[in-house]
Design a protein. Structure first.
Lengths: 108, 112
């Protein structure tokens, strides 16, 4: 069974701080996705990474796929209250494998 | 495009009552999914339909049934609701099975 472990589970930071959240597995994934879920809504896809070592940037968010395609990280620079939400990683599979998420709270 | 729509948004049931949650997508996606989300448990897959005409059990199928009515619609039925089924239910769809998914806004269900 493929599993994705996300850490930390919870993170509370002040506006303007930087942070990194992690998504780790013992399995290799052909691709990995990151979703953000805001309170009261469904998850929304942020990015898909496909190639080992790949780095993608989305404004202040930087996503990296590990060289061995077993892990990924999400780095947020200068966090803002609008970044608050649940961040989920998901690995391609039959079906898609979701981690349990990191709940981020950015305090103004 | 509306994306993925779910009805109802909220529902309160008594133990033993039945109901059907509706889901529709207008993106011509092949695969559709039903998840439940509970605090600390993450998203758990209930049932999925890899393509029109097929359905399969996910991680937590007990107490639920599904119907892939056509390519657009995938419904989830609770035949005899139990308090343990109190949850937020999400429908999702994707162009290809096992890859990117697009989620609906969710149905919040309370079973008393």
């Amino acid at each position: 069974t493929q599993l994705l472990e996300q850490s930390p589970q919870f993170l509370s930071i002040q506006e303007g701080e930087n942070l990194t959240v992690y998504c780790n597995s013992s399995s290799v994934f052909s691709s990995l996705q990151w979703y953000r879920q805001e309170p009261g809504e469904g998850p929304v896809l942020l990015v898909t990474v496909v190639t080992g070592g790949e780095v993608k940037k989305l404004k202040r968010l930087t996503f990296q796929f590990g060289d061995a395609r077993k892990d990924s990280s999400l780095h947020i620079t200068a966090a803002q209250p609008g970044d608050t939400g649940l961040y989920l990683c998901a690995g391609a599979g039959t079906p898609l494998v979701f981690g349990k998420g990191t709940r981020l709270s950015v305090i103004a | 495009n509306a994306g993925v729509t779910q009805t109802p948004k909220f529902q309160v049931l008594k133990t033993g009552q039945s109901m059907t949650l509706q889901c529709a997508q207008d993106m011509n996606h092949n695969s559709m999914y039903w998840y439940r989300q509970d605090p600390g448990m993450g998203l758990r897959l209930i049932y999925y339909s890899a393509s029109e005409g097929t359905t399969d059990k996910g991680e937590v199928p007990n107490g639920y049934n599904v119907s892939r009515l056509n390519k657009r619609e995938f419904s989830l039925r609770l035949e005899s609701a139990a308090p343990s089924q109190t949850s937020v239910y999400f429908c999702a769809s994707g162009p290809f099975f096992g890859e990117t998914q697009y989620f609906g806004p969710g149905t919040r269900l309370l079973v008393l």
